[in-house]
Write a protein that binds this ligand. Structure first.
Ligand code: GDP
Ligand code: IMO
Ligand code: MG
Length: 421
């Protein structure tokens, strides 16, 4: 049995914290897409940890963690991350497994990401520059190198061949930065990776399913960053939606049960691209300050705005969301009035559907106003402690989406999560 947990907005919904909380009820946590562009924050005791590639179940003793074939893996970041995780006493040889089909991010992929973004000017995506796009391009272009290849005696030849190909592309861009230091770290990272558990991911996970184990697939990024269904071209390069679980892990769709969709009680986006409910005013500034909305991977300030139910309903539809987790409800404690976007006005016509090019549509969000919470939510422990105004806000969202919020997160801590409904 496989449940999925993924983001419904433009990323950073709080997936890491929720996976960490849910992990106790599962035997295996698996990442199925994305790479070190992700930054998933969780707390081990009072220590904050940001995971980029390792699944967020890793701090639970006895649980297995799999980096699936749909991920693109940077051995440099992985080594660094493993060192951090190991410093908490976690034995990664016991609980971390990596699919041999997972594609590698090469230093030249990072360079190509930088060169490509640099050439885009105003139209730049705002990539995290971790090499994600170029690595996935080599996968679909059938040039990429996979984790299993590093065990081959001809690996160096394969690497040099691809590196030379990349060099031509870099020359075309006029990119002439010295990346020899990156390459040195890359080879150190590969040495480290060779010592980890490299497995045939699809047999590994299907054996777990056959044994009746419970699996949680952990999404990265968010549904609105999906390569097919997001705000293209301002998206990432993988399928972030639930369909990505099947080809990102090698499992059949009938094994998937619940799809948990995580949304903030408001909305953020980091990087370029359309964001209909963005607040470029003092309220947006307040959301950023109180919500501490700065990227976990790049430190960039996140753009902030009200919750967008048009986008959320779309995300629920394409993912088949069965249960919603609402995070950062406590951040709204400070606001006396809240707004919820219920439709878009495009060229004077109201719609509750996402248009083909959200970035091209002259769009005005239509809002419904709600009173702020009458009492702070941060100290609430149970549903009955939650402010009644928050309950009305959530009831309206449940009604609009046709899917219910099952958990409300009211703080970054592991235990600040309340089951509702
Ligand atoms: P992810 O990428 O979806 O895992 O999310 P990030 O870790 O990038 O960003 C979420 C941020 O919000 C992190 O700093 C979390 O510690 C924090 N966070 C998560 N849930 C809550 C919550 O309910 N309230 C508050 N105040 N912070 C939260
Ligand atoms: P988590 O898993 C938020 C954004 C980047 C950029 C676009 C493409 O922490 O939610 P890429 O590096 O993939 O080429 O960037 O996607 N982006 C994210 N935004 N959270 C993330 O991951 C993101 N991963 C990528 O800012 O706009
Ligand atoms: Mg993040």
């Amino acid at each position: 049995m496989v449940d999925v947990l993924l983001g419904l907005q433009w990323g950073d919904e709080g997936k890491g914290k929720i996976v960490d909380y849910f992990a106790k009820d599962y035997d295996l946590v698996a990442r199925f897409q994305g790479g070190p562009n992700a930054g998933h924050t969780l707390y081990v005791g009072d220590k904050k940890v940001v995971l980029h590639q390792i699944p967020s179940g890793v701090f639970h003793p006895g649980k297995l963690n799999l980096i699936g074939n749909g991920v693109v893996l940077d051995p440099v970041t992985l080594k660094r991350e493993c060192d951090t995780v190991a410093s908490f006493g976690v034995d990664l040889r016991q609980n971390l497994f990596i699919s041999e089909r997972t594609h590698l991010i090469l230093p030249t992929h990072r360079a190509l990401d930088k060169a490509s973004e640099g050439s885009k000017g105003q139209q730049k995506i705002g990539s995290t520059l971790k090499g994600i796009g170029p690595a996935y391009m080599d996968k679909t272009g059938r040039n990429g190198i996979r984790v299993g290849d590093i065990l081959d005696k001809n690996f160096t030849t394969t690497y040099i061949k691809l590196r030379l190909k990349h060099q031509k592309l870099l020359d075309n861009y006029g990119f002439n930065e010295d990346i020899s230091q990156w390459e040195e770290e890359f080879f150190e990272g590969l040495e480290f990776l060779r010592q980890l558990n490299i497995v045939n991911g699809e047999y590994f996970i299907n054996e777990q399913i056959s044994k009746g184990k419970r699996i949680l697939a952990e999404g990265a990024q968010g549904s609105m960053l999906d390569i097919d269904f997001g705000t293209f071209p301002f998206v990432t390069s993988s399928n972030t939606i639930s369909a990505g679980v099947c080809n990102g892990l090698g499992i059949a769709p009938q094994h998937i049960k619940d799809v948990f969709g995580v949304t903030k009680a408001y909305c953020t986006r980091v990087g370029g691209g359309p964001f209909p409910t963005e607040l470029e005013d003092a309220t947006g500034e307040e959301l950023r300050r109180i919500g501490n909305e700065f990227g976990a991977t790049t430190g960039r300030p996140r753009r902030c705005g009200w919750i967008d139910l048009v986008a959320l309903k779309f995300a629920c539809m394409v993912n088949g969301v069965t249960k919603i987790v609402m995070t950062k409800a406590d951040v709204l404690d400070a606001f006396s009035e809240l707004q919820v976007c219920t439709s878009y006005k495009i060229n004077g016509k109201e719609t509750d559907q996402i248009p083909f090019r959200l970035d091209k549509a002259p769009l005005e969000p239509v809002y419904r106003k709600f009173p702020g919470w009458d009492t702070p939510s941060i100290s609430a422990k149970t549903e009955s402690d939650l402010p009644s105004t928050m309950k009305s806000y959530v009831a309206f969202i449940n009604d609009y989406l046709g899917v219910n919020v099952h958990y409300i997160s009211n703080g970054p801590g592991r235990d600040q999560l309340i089951k509702v409904g």
